[in-house]
Design a protein around this ligand. Structure first.
Ligand code: FES
Ligand SMILES: [Fe+2]
Length: 436
């Protein structure tokens, strides 16, 4: 566990990393530091899926931290694959967000304010009245009025172009041009689970959006918390999608910032669960059991030389720090994008997907199972609600501390799910990065 230098320890105090002060969710100045150090520097952030922009000129508006960005597809050079650019949605003139639609198709981007015009790669191609306006002076001579200075160069005033990483049809970007390659950023163990999901062309199934009145880290914590699903979610525990006694693995990257929660569903309820877990409802039955019409898929078993999978997972919940969650819950797949709005609010965007070669029946199955997730999902609605409760508690009392000590205070991979090791790992990394 990292130990901050004493003079840097004012914020956290001398408590261990497992005891976080509530101010980490409510402090405005700290939140700005997080945006700068975690979202705008040194980290790859999720932007979207390539299948959201299938044709030339297709674009999608997205967010990295609070900054608006646009992902756009442009034809590559002859014989080369298409380019996907990610540009900051901020006009180089005076800052207007020139893309207002969530998605669309364009040949160029024209800012509405003074019509500066940009190519799809972000280069400035022209601006109205660059040479001024023709006029006649008092002596009848032709003159130019206005115009940009003679030394104004279009090439100096393009849009901010982000560094882009594409893997398996997923697009990440960074404002930091010196960032490490995406594969190194994830590390081999987490990358193996990323590739397991994104192993063939994707098909977009739908998008949900919700605004959650809570700090963005609480959603990362929620998906690094295998302790809660078998307790909070009646749905999970009753229908066997996640229980404390299931075979599981908790896996982190070397920095402990990313994680995978891996588990295998079982139908049998042990006496321990039936007796102790109050959210288990033996009598709860589905009126329409097609929502749990689960069909195992060949790719579920991890086939990778780096990661030795001890189980064939039915669930893999990945947290890619700082802004992405990748969900596989049986046949339901989604990315969940964390977009901070302020220290106490974030937008959460769910993109449900399948594979291009899915049968119609499999697409219907994935869509039915995705009723468990999203803002009003049978399972996920619970999470949105509880993290709001956490935020309210620490807003009222920022000096109070969390106790994330299930399974001790160490940070390590585990082969069970009754642990908060992944939360401790994330805060260990967070403290180190922010020097807190
Ligand atoms: S702000 Fe975009 S053209 Fe002026
Ligand atoms: Fe949950």
């Amino acid at each position: 566990m990292s130990v901050a230098a004493p003079e840097q320890n004012m914020f956290w105090g001398n408590a261990p990393t497992s005891r976080a002060p509530g101010r980490i969710y409510t402090d405005k100045e700290l939140y700005q530091r997080e945006l700068d150090a975690l979202f705008y520097k040194g980290h790859w952030c999720y932007v979207g899926l390539e299948c959201e922009i299938p044709k030339m000129g297709d674009f999608k508006r997205s967010k990295i931290g609070e900054r608006s960005v646009v992902m756009v597809r442009e034809r590559g050079r002859p014989g080369q694959p298409d380019c996907i650019h990610v540009l900051e949605n901020r006009c180089a003139h005076r800052g207007v967000q020139f893309v207002r639609e969530r998605s669309g198709n364009a040949r160029s981007f024209v800012c509405p304010y003074h019509q500066w015009t940009y190519k799809l790669n972000g280069d400035l191609v022209g601006l109205t009245f660059r040479q001024g306006v023709d006029a006649v002076d008092a002596c009848g001579e032709k003159i130019k009025q206005g115009g940009m200075p003679e030394d104004f160069q279009l090439c100096d005033h393009g849009l901010t172009k982000l560094k882009v990483a594409r893997r398996g049809g997923v697009v990440f970007a960074s404002f930091d041009q010196d960032i490490v390659p995406f594969e190194d950023y994830l590390g081999a163990d987490v990358l193996a689970y990323f590739d397991r999901i994104f192993h063939k062309p994707l098909k977009l199934l739908g998008i949900n959006r919700q605004r959650i009145p809570a700090n963005w880290k609480l959603m990362q914590e929620n998906i690094k918390d295998p302790y809660h699903p078998g307790l909070l979610h009646t749905w999970f525990v009753t229908f066997g999608l996640w229980r404390a006694d299931q075979k599981s693995q908790m896996i982190m990257d070397a920095h402990h910032r990313h994680a995978v929660m891996v588990s295998r569903r079982n139908d049998a309820v042990t006496a321990n669960i039936a007796a102790n877990v109050t959210s288990f409802r033996e009598n709860m039955k589905l009126h329409d059991d097609r929502v749990l019409d689960v069909v195992p898929e060949s790719w579920w078993k991890l086939d990778c030389p780096v990661q030795k999978a001890e189980i064939t997972p039915t669930v893999t919940m990945m947290t890619l720090f700082p802004s992405l969650i990748i969900q596989q819950q049986v046949n339901s797949l989604s990315t969940r994008h964390i977009q901070p709005v302020s220290e106490g609010v974030f937008d959460f965007v769910w993109t449900h997907f399948g594979f291009e070669d899915d049968t119609e029946e499999m697409t219907r199955r994935r869509l039915r199972q995705s009723n468990l997730f999203g803002p009003a999902g049978f399972v996920s609605a619970d999470d949105g609600e509880v993290i709001e409760f956490v935020q309210q508690a620490y807003k009222a009392n920022g000096a109070a501390r969390t106790v994330s000590e299930m399974d001790g205070t160490a940070v390590k991979n585990t082969d069970h799910n009754v642990t908060e090791t992944l939360i401790r790992g994330m805060y260990e990394y967070w403290r180190k990065t922010l020097s807190l």
